[in-house]
Design a protein around this ligand. Sequence first.
Ligand code: SF4
Ligand code: SF4
Length: 383
Amino acid sequence: MSTDFHQEFNVLSEKVIGAGKMPEGFSLKENIQNPFLNPSFIASRLEYSMMKSIENLDEEYQKFEKKFVNSHNAVFWASDYNDVFSNLKYLFKAQKAKSVRLPNVNASTIFRELGIKYFLHEEKINLSEEGAIQFFPVDMLFSDNGSILLLNQSVNSYQFLSNSKTNVFFATINQIICNSDWAEIIQQIVSYRNNAGRQDMILFNGSSNCNNYLFIIDNQRTSILQHKELRPALTCLSCGRCNDVCPVYQTIGDEPYNNVFTGPIAHISLPYLETVETYKHLTYACTLCGRCEEVCPISLPIRDMIIWSRQKFVNDGSIDKNQRRMISVLKKNLLNRGKLNRSKFLRRHLFYKYMSSEISRSRRMPVLANDTFNKDYKIKTES
Ligand code: SF4
Ligand code: SF4
């Protein structure tokens, strides 16, 4: 793609061309042959289309439902897993179902988020390849044609989909985009997650042989949506690239999150999806190095969102008095490098007296070096 094209695109994007529409003369389909030929263009267009859809969720869902809902397809809005489960119980009862076919249960975030395996176990519903009802995690909904994107499907999934008596799809409210031309690009981006290379993809908009129920689940995502500054987090495609480069995630691993969501985006979303009290510390567990943004295929402004959340928690008083006092003492002293270098006592006192009570609640205190970085550096370079 020539520089002229980039310039032209920049001008077009500044003028904010319509959601999902491509600049004149540009064929998305051609770029699909090699989407990473021009990654910054693809990233900015995709992020633009996704943000437009997030900003206009009501409208997008109205368009989607108009195309999707018919005598065989229905949409259920669920505020949380209780809504999902009560509707599923009703469905099982109405269909006298004893088993369910549930592909990708461990690979699917939505199934793990809902704890669907435990629910089925409690309801004494078996998992079986021959289950009369099939469950599918959704990868994206397209409002322009009312279709559902299903990725990482087995070869015979389409047959199963078209021939089963009942299909149940699970999407979250943020999984909608206005233009189905993005399907293959999304497929390529998401394929990184499962190390799967190019994944099998199904674009499904119903079949007259079966009944299709689609759950659109909130589960607290609207508490992120309320904050304009955090909305980009809802467009994350969960590809996992940022997890692989984040020094914090690479050091602590999955366990401390105690959640299905991990890595940079979880540092932003978990305080809102769960509780601020339980997860606010994640907002501060970031070095702001920006490595996540460098690899993000849709260039999400992760650091801006983290900084905004930090400010919000301080302004809201979510950071308690002791923590605020500790941070202001630390700030005062850390900004005085000379003082800090001179005083071993100050370093140790500050670190262990003020910080240990906070840090050691959830993790082990790191061991402080005996000498300052400057001194260590001088010794190393002189030797
Ligand atoms: S900016 Fe924060 S979240 Fe992103 S890679 Fe660096 S430490 Fe991780
Ligand atoms: S923030 Fe970007 S890199 Fe990280 S999972 Fe989401 S889309 Fe992928």
